[in-house]
Design a protein around this ligand. Structure first.
Ligand SMILES: Cc1ncc(C[n+]2csc(CCOP(=O)(O)OP(=O)(O)O)c2C)c(N)n1
Length: 676
């Protein structure tokens, strides 16, 4: 192995030695503790330390790194104290995730380390978002994301590299090619000769290097860092290395031909570097021993602190509280936002003092978005065709002229990477509104939403300030993939908020509230309402409280609890059947649900119909019906009835679609309840 020190001083060389030795010695100790049953799981990076350590050394300390499960060297090189790391691995309350995350699945804002989720690839697009933040702020900084060669087969790898290339983002994508993805050898993972060959396909530069040589890794990344910042471009680096132990310690290495271990043992990154320093007389055997003793002592001391950590005290209220970021912490402007409370039908717009005017549903959304853009200079809009074209439904028409292309961004066709990039922007203090062209397409961005955005605050106190607008619903003859109601997918995911307005005023003010909220919000807007309904909307910038339902009209015979298009179906039905006194509640927010409002409605009538456009099985109606039977049983005069769409995909033919929709069965459901 050839080492080139270039202009590195002896002190730096020794510092690098200490930095690469530390994770090796920690790991060796961990393997002992694992055998003793004192820790539960370990993903070893032995033999690969030069990459994590070299990368962390080459970056400035305030540049974000997205490490993975074998990158202990990133954490130690960023000087995270071992006692706290150890507490993390033990699941202690005072680790880095309050006992909520395992092994290396945690981040630390203080150390500019973004915690991974198990799915590996999603880390890459977060790096895009962070790099975009630096670019927009004109900062001379970049981000660096790790991936294994296995992870390069994920769609997320392709999407993230493509976005970085198209948007000219200063990101380093670092492949640790260690030969195996769990048991799968590289030749069953990809067909190109070297993974770095892919760089050309994305329109970026790339380089293949020896990942076991710490000076090569350091020097390459340092140079690439300068390039990325100066040229404002991404770069792909492939580091050849080898995984010297099993995928994780319990899984063994039977599938690896033994000669490979022999071969790579001679390329050990720590021993080779140590020998180089001995040959160069930078270190002596005595000084090496001294350093090792020092590290050993440090490890023992820190482990003693770690082992002494008190057992966790379970506090359910805390667990629930930390699922969401508190508004005040991240949004100092909030206090200046005025709120309307129009949750009662007696609400009068004149009580707000400002001017109100007639607007269509679609214009109300657009208006709310426009005012939010003015209110939050850090708000970025992203989505397919949303710039000059104005979006598939023209919500953002004219926005480029008003706010510029940096803030109103057309994206390539890659929902997963854009959600990931949105999270990256949020990490760097931006707010993001992403337009899903149709709610149906969220399925290809699903993982980032339900696993990254939703869980990140609970896991390591990083909020995700992202709103995803979801043009949703049927009734427009658009077939199975442009008509779905998929809100229930998200209502089942702690950490998300789900908003679903049905009137122009609610659409505008709930969008404003969603953007003000520091948490990830799925904002559903029914396409069939865009141009078919209009109503009185305030000119001013008001928000409506998320999580608060609205009584549309009071009644005595039956309650209809509904949202979205269901509100209009219920109103239409009530107007046609004046003989029945119908109490209508518009939920407006599905997560968190306004159970108090539900209860009050049950109290008024004793007979409840839950109505939604979503299909029946697993729809939110089931949740509401269950809650009512559990909490309002004594108030009921009849079983709770659900009126929902058929359990089929949404058909295209307009007659079939009509038959599919819940509205067709509304009369039968009402009659069933009335006659019970
Ligand atoms: C989406 C997803 N699929 C499967 C897994 C299970 N898994 C965890 S690590 C791993 C291998 C990853 O290989 P590679 O990216 O080469 O990284 P390495 O473990 O070799 O460092 C697999 C299959 C996962 N975590 N996420």
């Amino acid at each position: 192995m050839q080492f080139r020190r270039n202009s590195l001083s002896n002190e730096q060389l020794v510092d690098f030695y200490k930095k690469i030795l530390l994770p090796r010695m920690i790991e060796e100790k961990m393997l002992v503790l694992l055998r003793q049953g004192k820790i539960s799981k370990w993903f070893s990076g032995i033999g690969q330390e030069a990459i994590a350590v070299g990368a962390a050394l080459a970056l400035n300390e305030d540049e974000w790194i997205m490490p993975l499960h074998r990158n202990l060297g990133v954490f130690t090189t960023r000087n995270m104290p071992l006692h706290q790391l150890f507490k993390q691995w033990q699941g202690s309350a005072d680790g880095y995730s309050n006992g909520r995350e395992r092994s290396f699945h945690f981040g630390s804002k203080q150390h500019y380390i973004c915690g991974m989720i198990s799915h590996l690839g999603p880390q890459l697009a977060i790096a895009d978002g962070i790099a975009l933040a630096h670019k927009l702020k004109r900062e001379q900084k970049l981000s660096l994301a790790f991936t294994g060669e296995g992870g390069t087969s994920e769609g997320d790898f392709h999407e993230a590299l493509n976005v970085a290339a198209v948007w000219n983002l200063p990101v380093i994508f670092l492949i640790e090619n260690n030969g195996y993805g769990l048991s799968t050898p590289a030749n069953e993972q990809f067909r190109c000769e070297n993974l770095v060959d892919r760089a050309k396909g994305y329109g970026m530069e790339g380089v293949l290097i020896d990942g076991n040589n710490i000076l090569t890794v350091y020097d390459t990344i340092k140079g690439v860092r300068d390039y990325c910042i100066q040229q404002q471009k991404p770069y792909l680096i492939e580091c050849k290395t080898f995984r010297m132990r099993g995928h994780e310690e319990a899984s063994g290495t039977k599938y690896v031909p033994p000669h490979l271990f022999e071969e790579w043992k001679t390329k050990d990154p720590v021993i080779n570097y140590e020998n180089y320093l001995l040959n160069e007389a930078v270190l002596t055997n005595e000084s090496i021993q001294f350093i090792k003793d020092e590290i050993k002592h440090y490890i023992e001391e820190e482990l003693a602190i770690g082992f002494a950590a008190p057992s966790i005290v379970v506090n359910t209220a805390n667990e629930l509280k930390d699922v969401y970021a508190r508004q005040s912490i991240v949004n100092s402007q909030r206090s200046t936002v005025k709120r309307i409370d129009n949750s009662d039908p007696g609400f009068s717009s004149s009580s707000t003092g400002g001017d109100w005017g007639e607007a269509r549903f679609i214009n109300a959304i657009s208006d709310g978005l426009k005012q939010s853009m003015r209110h939050h200079p850090n708000l970025i809009l992203m989505g397919q065709d949303i710039a000059e074209y104005g979006g598939a439904f023209k919500i953002t028409e004219g926005f480029v002229d008003m706010f510029g292309k940096e803030r109103v961004r057309n994206t390539p066709l890659c929902e997963s990477a854009i959600v990931g990039a949105a999270l990256g922007l949020s990490i760097e203090g931006f707010k993001v509104m992403m337009e899903m062209q149709f709610a149906d397409f969220v399925s290809v961005g699903f993982n980032q939403i339900v696993n990254n955005l939703a869980k990140i605050h609970y896991r390591w106190e990083q909020h995700a300030d992202v709103v995803i607008r979801m043009p949703t619903g049927a009734g427009v003859g658009a077939g199975p993939f442009h008509s779905q109601s998929n809100e229930a997918w998200f209502v089942h995911t702690p950490g998300l908020k789900v908003v679903y307005p049905s009137t122009p005023v609610d659409a505008k003010s709930l969008l404003i509230a969603a953007i003000n909220d520091p948490n990830p919000v799925l904002y559903f807007e029914h396409k069939a309402l865009y141009r078919s309904i209009s109503g009185n909307v305030p000119d001013d910038y008001y928000e409506i409280e998320i999580g608060k339902a609205k009584v549309v009209q009071y009644g005595e015979d039956i309650s209809v609890i509904t949202y979205g298009a269901g509100v209009h179906w219920a109103l239409e039905y009530a107007n046609l059947h004046k003989d029945i006194s119908i109490d209508i509640t518009d939920l407006r927010t599905l997560l968190p649900l306004d159970y108090d409002a539900v209860k009050r409605s049950v109290q008024r009538t004793g007979k409840v119909l839950v109505l939604h456009e979503d299909t029946l099985t697993g729809g939110i109606g089931g949740e509401i019906a269950a809650w009512i039977s559990e909490h309002c049983f004594e108030m009921l005069d009849a079983p709770v009835v659900r009126c929902a769409s058929l359990d089929t995909p949404v058909p295209f033919n307009i007659e079939l679609e009509k038959n599919f929709l819940a509205k067709t069965r509304l009369d039968a459901c009402v009659q069933k309840l009335i006659n019970y």
